[in-house]
Design a protein around this ligand. Structure first.
Ligand SMILES: [Zn+2]
Length: 255
């Protein structure tokens, strides 16, 4: 029996590279990152798009027809999905690192960006999940939304690690979680601004969650006694007011 994995990996990577080279959404985001003009909002959008392109390439190139017994065996998933997820991690980690370094520089912070490690247990979890089904028809969903979710989570990891490093260096980082329009109650409750140490839930996302976690080191740098008072006041306001304020921030960032 011929080994399907090398051909499949080559086909999906090739298609992904073509998508990346021509995608009208990804291009401008990649240029902003390259030019040192990206914030975490940009890096999030870049990661989401890259995740979407990989899931599209997987759907186009892998089907029950080109898998032995119409099944995604573990040893194929490990050598096809594994390296592809690693590739997305590398690209998003590069983007987050470049953006964080540019923002540090702009804020006059002499710290080097922390690069997030590959979350091997998440990759392993997806490889196990996709190979746990009897047929690829049942398994294919694992190569779709969870791939986007994984790719965006690299940004969350980058922020979590840089925020920790900056807090240790004596800065007072503030992380903002922006809800997507029509998000669920769990996400609506999490929307807002958080001073370090940030609750781990702020970095969590369920399936199909496109809420954005962002961090601007310039903001942490500028925080002083006055902003602390504002922060305490904001914390006392009711939940709806907080959400409205965050939506306003999002509109401002979009415009
Ligand atoms: Zn959400």
């Amino acid at each position: 029996m011929t080994d399907a994995a090398p051909e499949l990996l080559k086909a999906v990577s090739g298609r992904l590279q073509r998508y990346i080279a021509t995608d009208k959404t990804l291009g401008p985001l990649a240029w902003a990152i390259r030019d040192g003009k990206a914030d975490y909002q940009t890096v999030n959008r870049y990661a989401i798009r890259l995740g979407e392109l990989l899931s599209k390439a997987l759907r186009r190139e892998i089907s029950a027809d080109n898998l032995p017994d119409g099944k995604m065996y573990y040893n194929i998933a490990e050598r096809v999905l594994g390296p592809l997820l690693e590739g997305n991690h590398r690209m998003v980690a590069d983007a987050a690192e470049a953006a964080q370094n540019a923002m540090n520089k702009a804020a006059g912070i002499g710290l080097k960006a922390v690069r997030p490690d590959l979350n091997k247990s998440r990759v392993q979890g997806l490889v196990e999940k996709v190979s746990s089904y009897e047929t690829y028809a049942e398994a294919e969903w694992v190569t779709q939304e969870p791939v986007v979710n994984f790719t965006q989570s690299v940004v969350d990891d980058a922020i979590r690690e840089n925020v920790a490093a900056q807090a240790e260096a004596g800065l007072r980082p503030i992380v903002t979680r922006i809800p997507e329009a029509g998000c669920c109650q769990w996400c609506a409750d999490l929307a807002g601004e958080y001073a370090y140490p940030v609750d781990r839930d702020v970095y969590r996302r369920h399936e199909n969650c496109r809420c954005l976690v962002i961090y601007d080191p310039g903001k942490g740098r500028l925080q002083n006694a006055h902003t602390k008072v504002l922060y305490a006041e904001a914390a006392r306001k009711d939940r709806n007011a907080r959400i409205a304020r965050v939506l306003e921030i999002e509109r401002g960032l979009r415009g």
